[in-house]
Design a protein around this ligand. Structure first.
Ligand SMILES: Cc1cc2nc3c(=O)[nH]c(=O)nc-3n(C[C@H](O)[C@H](O)[C@H](O)COP(=O)(O)OP(=O)(O)OC[C@H]3O[C@@H](n4cnc5c(N)ncnc54)[C@H](O)[C@@H]3O)c2cc1C
Length: 474
């Protein structure tokens, strides 16, 4: 009898007969992939090439029924399960090493109800899938900045993007979710049904079950917005940061601004003479009236002599993929994040100091503006919390898999983070945590909401079946 060694819930290896797996698969509305099967390697390829986990097999459900069967199968056989949405999580939380990975890629439907201003989204969808479908009606919900990111993981960790200032965290627009819990039941959660579970999944990650459908509220957005980026040599950093702060503080909710410093990539939109030199970049998205946008952006666009100004009227969908090329799949990535309550002179001095002698080609520190609508909700409206944040700061490093620069890059990120952390609200974004971050960081993500999350985890998943995530201890 052939057996497969599969990681068990206790971290042990369990022998499971191939026959047992085959008969489970025979009744499944979906497929089961073994390592030798075509499509297996693609199914386990995540965005961060640093992740080397290799599941024993991959289940690809097509229906909620198949998800229920899988949850029952792993629970009854005490096997470790991971859930893959878009596979973008930097810590590799989509994959179980030696266990079973539930890959939601075949549940990728998007259904827009323009009249009701709602969209139903399958758990295998990317942000681009949803933006394209909703923008056909001039509608959108708040999603992130890189279109290949999975809607599922982004939403379950809270979610933010260019529309956060107008509409709040992504989960503030979550109306309903269908979820298969550890007991194998399907529940439709909302503010009216299984409210505690709904509260928990609005930020608490994949700790509570497998989400098989999300329903989001939609808003009129675009289809045309004013967006793009503008770059100057870093010799302008102090002036640009001051201008950035003034713009951000006075900006209407329709305008979201992002600032970052790094060395210039060899991009065709930058003059060749600037390639590899230190630059400062402001990224904007203005989803309001086009003439108003021109007025709001004039101070930024008329500052000094930019190396490039790519700000223009464009489709919102194009703005949503503006940064895609900067985040290629398979490179090695290491990040740290903190939420900031505001931008002080001291923070800017610390920020600039990190670049004094920074040679790495792709290291950067990004400040995303998020304040606005999220502050109109109480801190405990959903597990996501962090409603005291005005900016999300993410310190990022990227290098090629064969580059020897990995450890130096990671060290640069850690050092910069130690400095920037002094200006934090005390919270950080759970979706930006790397594999080496300890449980203490998860606690810091949820702060006052953690105890309630733990109680809900104990109610819906007392055996901690859903553990390949930033784990909430039941
Ligand atoms: C290039 C890049 C840009 C990003 N930009 C943004 C941004 O602008 N805004 C933002 O908010 N975040 C952003 N993120 C962070 C992003 O939200 C997280 O990486 C998130 O985990 C990605 O979701 P995913 O579905 O692709 O993740 P996966 O790696 O597939 O899964 C991540 C986690 O979600 C859980 N999960 C996935 N699907 C389900 C499901 N159906 N049911 C239950 N649990 C599930 C998994 O258990 C796992 O723990 C970005 C990430 C990257 C890599």
């Amino acid at each position: 009898m052939t057996t497969l060694q599969i990681t068990g819930l206790a971290g042990n290896r369990r022998d499971i007969a191939r026959e047992t797996l085959d008969s489970f698969a025979a009744n499944l509305e979906g497929s089961l992939l073994y390592p030798e099967d075509e499509g297996f390697n693609e199914a386990i390829a995540g965005w961060n090439g640093m992740i080397k986990k290799r599941p024993s097999c991959v289940v690809r459900p097509r229906t909620t029924q198949a998800v229920m069967q899988t949850v029952e199968f792993v629970r009854d056989n005490e096997l470790e399960l991971s859930i893959k949405g878009g596979g973008h999580n930097i810590a590799g939380l989509a994959l179980s090493d030696g266990g079973i990975t539930l890959d939601m890629a075949d549940m990728r439907m998007v259904q827009v109800d323009a009249g009701a201003r709602l969209v139903r989204v399958g758990p295998g969808c990317t942000l681009g899938d949803v933006d394209k479908a909703t923008q056909a009606y001039g509608l959108a919900t708040t999603l992130g900045f890189v279109s290949a990111t999975g809607v599922a993981g982004l939403t379950l960790g809270g979610g933010f993007g260019y529309l956060t200032r107008r509409f709040g965290w992504t989960v503030d627009d979550l109306e309903e979710a269908e979820i298969v819990t550890a007991d194998g039941r399907v529940r439709r959660t909302s503010r009216q049904a299984d409210e505690d579970l709904f509260w928990a999944i609005r930020g608490g990650g994949g700790n509570f079950g497998v989400v098989t459908e999300f329903v989001f509220r939609l808003h009129e957005v675009g289809p045309q917005v004013t967006g793009g980026l503008i770059a100057w040599p870093a010799s302008e950093a102090e002036a640009v940061l001051g201008l950035y702060r003034r713009t951000a503080e006075s900006a209407p909710r329709e305008l979201t601004t992002v600032v970052l410093r790094r060395n210039a990539p060899p991009a065709p939109w930058l003059p060749e003479s600037a390639h590899g030199t230190p630059i400062i970049v402001v990224v904007v998205c203005h989803s309001g009236d086009l003439e108003q946008a021109e007025r709001d952006l004039a101070p930024i666009r008329s500052h000094g002599r930019p190396l490039a100004d790519l700000i223009q009227v464009k489709n919102y969908v194009d703005q949503q993929s503006l940064l895609d090329a900067t985040q290629p799949k398979g490179m090695h990535y290491y990040w740290k994040s903190e939420f900031l309550p505001g931008l002080s002179d001291e923070l800017f001095a610390t920020y600039n100091a990190q670049f004094a002698d920074m040679k790495a080609p792709a290291n950067q520190i990004v400040l995303f503006q998020v304040d606005g609508a999220l502050k109109e909700h109480p801190e405990d409206d959903g597990a996501v919390g962090n409603r005291d944040a005005a900016f999300a700061c993410v310190i990022q490093s990227m290098w090629a898999p064969d580059s020897p620069a990995g450890e130096a890059n990671r060290q640069w990120v850690r050092t910069a983070w130690e400095q920037v952390k002094r200006y934090s609200t005390g919270g950080n974004y759970v979706n930006f945590q790397t594999a080496d971050e300890a449980d203490e960081r998860t606690l810091e993500s949820y702060r006052g909401n953690y105890a309630r999350l733990a109680a809900i985890k104990a109610k819906y998943d007392p055996g901690n079946l859903f553990r390949v995530n930033r784990n909430i201890r039941p």
